[in-house]
Design a protein. Structure first.
Length: 279
C-alpha cells in the first residue's frame, strides 16, 4: 500500500490537550512531511486547498463521524485513534499505539470501503442535503408526542407509522443507535439499508431491511412536522427542524477506512460488545 506522509489530524480541543495526543503529534511531526491539526471548534481555514494522504481522527466515534464528512468529500482515507469509550469506528486503542501508527504510515494497512447515506430534507421554503456514515434519524423535537409518517420504498408505501421516530441506518450504523432500537447487527459490506422504528405504537411495526439501491421517502403529516427534527449522524453534525419529507439513498461514493493488516471486523465486534467466545 501507499506510504502516508501528509496527515490531517482531526480532533477536539479537549483531546488535543491530552498528553497521549501530544505524544502522537510529536511523533507524526518527525515521521511525516506535512501534519496539519484541525479542532472541531475551529473554522476550516484553508484545509480544502491542501492534499492529504490521511485523515487521522483522534477521540471517540463522535469525532470520527465528523471527520468522515471531510474525508468522504475529499476522497481521503481515514484512520481512527480511540481515545473515547467503545470505539466501533475509531478502532486503534492506546496499547502499542505508536508502533501501530508507524506500520500504517509505512504502508502496512488495509482499506475498508463503507457505504454512506445521502439525505435530502424538504422543510418550509428550504431544502437541505447531507451525508451520513451511521444514520439519518427523524424524531420528536423535545415534545412528548408521537410522530405520524408514511414510509415509501421506491414510491411504494410500506408502512404508516406512529412512533417516537425512525432511524435509517447503513450497515456501519447498525451497531449504533439502530442497535439500541432492535436493529440486527449487519456485516459492514452488506448492500442494504436498515429502516428501524423508534418506540412504535403498534407491536407489528418492525425493522425493515431493503436493498441499498432503493430510494426511501418519509413523509410526515402536517401536525407531526412541527414537532420533528432530522439529524445526520447525531445532533453534533447536522440537525434540521420541522421537516416535511426526507428522501434517502445510498451516497454516490464510499468512505475509505484504514485498518491495520490484522484487523478483523467480527473479532473487533466481539471485543467491543464483550461477547463470550468459547473454544
Amino acid at each position: 500500500m501507499k506510504k502516508l506522509k501528509k496527515v490531517l489530524v482531526y480532533s477536539s480541543s479537549s483531546f488535543l490537550k491530552k498528553i497521549d495526543t501530544k505524544n502522537i503529534l510529536s511523533y507524526l511531526s518527525r515521521e511525516c512531511s506535512l501534519v496539519d491539526i484541525f479542532a472541531l471548534e475551529e473554522k476550516n481555514n484553508g484545509l480544502n486547498t491542501k492534499k492529504y494522504d490521511l485523515v487521522l481522527s483522534i477521540g471517540g466515534d463522535g469525532i470520527f463521524l465528523s471527520a468522515s464528512k471531510f474525508a468522504y468529500l475529499k476522497s481521503i482515507p481515514i484512520l481512527g485513534l480511540n481515545f473515547g469509550r467503545i470505539g466501533f469506528l475509531a478502532d486503534l486503542d492506546k496499547k502499542d499505539l505508536r508502533s501501530k501508527i508507524k506500520k500504517v504510515l509505512e504502508g502496512n494497512y488495509i482499506i475498508d470501503k463503507r457505504a454512506l447515506l445521502s439525505g435530502t430534507v424538504i422543510s418550509t421554503n428550504e431544502t437541505h442535503r447531507s451525508i451520513s456514515l451511521n444514520d439519518i434519524v427523524i424524531n420528536n423535537r423535545g415534545v412528548l408526542k408521537m410522530i405520524e409518517m408514511n414510509i415509501y420504498v421506491n414510491e411504494n408505501l410500506i408502512t404508516k407509522q406512529r412512533s417516537d421516530g425512525v432511524i435509517v441506518a447503513t450497515p456501519t450504523g447498525s451497531t449504533a443507535y439502530a442497535m439500541s432500537n432492535g436493529c440486527p447487527i449487519v456485516s459492514p459490506n452488506s448492500n442494504v439499508i436498515c429502516i428501524v422504528p423508534i418506540a412504535p405504537h403498534s407491536y407489528g411495526q418492525r425493522s425493515v431491511i431493503v436493498n441499498n439501491t432503493d430510494k426511501i421517502t418519509i413523509r410526515l403529516n402536517n401536525k407531526s412536522k412541527n414537532n420533528s427534527q432530522v439529524t445526520f449522524d447525531g445532533s453534533n453534525n447536522l440537525t434540521i427542524e420541522r421537516p416535511e419529507s426526507i428522501v434517502i439513498r445510498k451516497a454516490s461514493k464510499q468512505l475509505k477506512i484504514i485498518h491495520p493488516n490484522d484487523y478483523d471486523y467480527f473479532d473487533a465486534l466481539s471485543k467491543k460488545l464483550k461477547y463470550e467466545i468459547k473454544s
